[in-house]
Design a binder for this molecule. Structure first.
Ligand SMILES: C[S@@+](CC[C@H](N)C(=O)[O-])C[C@H]1O[C@@H](n2cnc3c(N)ncnc32)[C@H](O)[C@@H]1O
Length: 256
């Protein structure tokens, strides 16, 4: 890509998982000063309300199977906006670098000579379990946690997930984008030797007022999802720490 003359800078800002209270102070300051905000589909309206009222707002949101803007178009848009505006905020759900394609966007911007900076956000894989009363590495049950994508086409975008290895890699497993592929994932993990009685929690719209949880075991969760019609977007947490949900769920922060 050719180097571009730029007036401004692109900030890849993590918006957190939904609760506006989880936006970082730096992210909030940048939103308040932004000239342009290019945002994803899962961004809470309350967080968008924080943005400078004079900022241009562009929805680059992606939905499963349908891209409002292709990734390449989004990257090109960011490059163009940085040529004519001082503060371009690329607002992404959770953390930009955790299953968020922030790395690819940064790569294209760097290649085009556009100044860019990342502002980390609270990732849904940490916040959703926390709001469900599940401490991912409670000392009595877990000394390790794995964050993994359950997206069917993981192999298309990044190395294929090795579920055999993941099954034994850590006591706690946190799966992003795993709902559509849940039957295969459960089959793979149990075939690899993880007990069908291992607890699992699905947390939908974590940290939002409409957060929903579904608790079951590796052996029963697929049936429970079918019975209840539980849908994405959700985080799955696997491991004995899920049992703490019953004791701690009532301690969740009040989402305003
Ligand atoms: C493309 S990934 C983006 C992850 C994001 N960068 C992060 O750090 O949270 C989208 C997936 O994140 C998870 N996710 C994002 N926000 C969520 C929320 N509020 N509650 C539960 N899961 C969420 C879901 O698994 C969803 O399918």
């Amino acid at each position: 890509m050719n180097e571009q003359k730029c007036l401004g800078k692109v900030y890849l800002v993590g918006a957190g998982p939904g609760d506006p209270g989880l936006l970082t102070v730096r992210g909030k300051t940048l939103l308040e000063c932004a000239d342009v905000v290019v945002y994803d589909a899962l961004i809470s309206p309350q967080i968008l309300e924080i943005a400078n009222p004079r900022a241009e707002r562009i929805n680059a949101g992606k939905r499963r199977g349908r891209h409002s803007l292709l990734q390449a178009e989004t990257n090109q848009l960011l490059i163009e906006k940085a040529q004519t505006h001082a503060i371009v905020v690329r607002l992404k759900g959770g953390d930009p670098f955790v299953f968020g394609r922030g790395g690819e966007e940064m790569g294209d911007l760097v290649a085009a000579g556009v100044p860019v900076e990342v502002v980390p956000g609270v990732t849904s894989g940490i916040a959703a379990p926390a709001y469900a009363g599940i401490p991912l590495t409670h000392r009595e049950y877990s000394s390790s946690v794995t964050f993994v994508t359950g997206h069917e086409s993981a192999g298309k975008y990044r190395p294929q997930v090795n579920w055999q290895a993941i099954a034994h890699a850590s006591e706690t497993i946190v799966i992003y984008m795993g709902i559509h592929n849940l039957p295969t994932i459960m089959r793979e993990l149990t075939a690899a030797g993880r007990s069908p009685s291992t607890p699992i929690a699905l947390i939908r719209w974590g940290t939002r007022p409409d957060q929903e949880e579904l608790i079951a075991t590796l052996g029963t969760i697929v049936e429970r999802v079918r019975e209840t019609g539980f849908e994405a977007p959700a985080i799955a947490v696997i491991g004995d720490v899920v049992n703490l949900h019953e004791r701690f769920a009532h301690c969740r922060p009040l989402v305003i």
